[in-house]
Design a protein around this ligand. Structure first.
Ligand code: PXP
Length: 236
C-alpha cells in the first residue's frame, strides 16, 4: 500500500497571506524524500490554492507520480494536455464547497465524460475517478474505460466508531472487491487521518491512499518529513 500526499493546503497557507511561502513544490519534494509515492493536487476553477505555475513546477520537479484532481471541463482538458500529469483524477466541483463533497456521478454523465477520458488517455495520461462506494457507479466507471478508481472514504471518516461506521466500512470493502474483479486499480481517500486510517488499511484491494489535510496539519506541528513517515508507518 502506497501513500500519495495531497499538497493543496500548503498552497492554502501561501494564499492566506498572498505570499510566496510556503512553496508547495518544496513540500512535494520533501514528501517524496520522506517516502511518498505520489503527489496530488486539485486545480480548482477559482484557483483558490493551486495555480497553473504550481502545476508546471510540479511537473518539472516531481520524480514519483503527479496526480492532478480536476473537474472535466474543456479548459482542464487543454491544461492537462499541456502539463501532462501521470494521472488526472476526475472529481465533482461546487464553487462554495470547502472540500470535495462526494464522488462523481459517472452514471449520469457518461456521454460528457467519455471524450474527455479518451482524449487524455490517448496522450498517455491515466484517468482516475473519485467515486462513492457504490457498485453501480463503479460499474459505470468501468464502462467509461478509466484506469483506476479512488473510493471516497469521506462518509466513513465523518462517522464516529459504531454500527453506522461499520456499515460504511463494509461498503468500502465491497466496492474495493468489486473494483478489483473488474480489474480496476483501487485507491482510496478523503478525510483519512492518523486515527481513522487503520480499518481502511485492512482492505487489501486498496493499493494507494490519497491524503492531504491531516498530513499538512501534522506537518505544522512536527515537520513534513515526520508527518509523512508517521502516515507511511500506519499504512504499512
Ligand atoms: N481525494 C480527493 C478526490 C480529494 O478531493 C481530496 C481533497 O482534496 C483528497 C482525496 C484528500 O482529502 P483530505 O485532504 O481530506 O485528506
Amino acid at each position: 500500500m502506497k501513500l500519495a500526499v495531497n499538497v493543496d493546503h500548503f498552497a492554502t497557507l501561501r494564499e492566506a497571506r498572498g505570499s510566496d511561502e510556503p512553496e508547495p513544490v518544496l513540500a512535494a519534494l520533501l514528501a517524496e524524500q520522506a517516502g511518498a509515492k505520489g503527489i496530488v493536487c486539485h486545480i480548482r476553477r477559482d484557483r483558490r490554492h493551486i495555480k497553473e505555475r504550481d502545476l508546471k513546477l510540479f511537473r518539472e520537479a516531481i520524480k514519483t507520480k503527479l496526480n492532478i484532481e480536476m473537474c472535466a471541463t474543456e479548459d482542464n482538458q487543454r491544461l492537462s494536455l499541456e502539463i501532462k500529469p501521470d494521472v488526472v483524477s476526475l472529481v465533482p466541483e461546487r464553487e462554495e464547497e470547502l472540500t470535495t463533497e462526494g464522488g462523481l456521478d459517472v452514471l449520469s454523465s457518461q456521454d460528457h465524460l467519455s471524450p474527455f477520458v479518451k482524449t487524455l488517455q490517448s496522450s498517455g495520461i491515466k484517468i482516475s475517478v473519485f467515486v462513492d462506494p457504490d457498485i453501480e457507479q463503479i460499474n459505470a466507471c468501468n464502462k467509461l474505460g478509466v484506469d483506476l478508481i479512488e473510493i471516497n472514504t469521506g462518509k466513513y471518516t465523518e462517522l464516529k466508531p459504531g454500527p453506522q461506521r461499520q456499515t460504511s466500512l463494509q461498503q468500502i470493502k465491497k466496492s474495493a472487491q468489486h473494483g478489483e474483479e473488474l480489474e480496476l486499480e483501487i485507491h482510496a481517500g478523503h478525510g483519512l487521518d492518523y486515527r481513522n486510517i487503520h480499518p481502511i488499511t485492512q482492505i487489501p484491494q486498496i493499493k494507494e491512499f490519497s491524503i492531504g489535510f491531516a498530513i499538512v496539519a501534522r506537518s505544522a506541528m512536527v515537520g513534513i518529513e515526520k508527518a509523512v513517515k508517521e502516515m507511511i508507518n500506519l499504512i504499512q
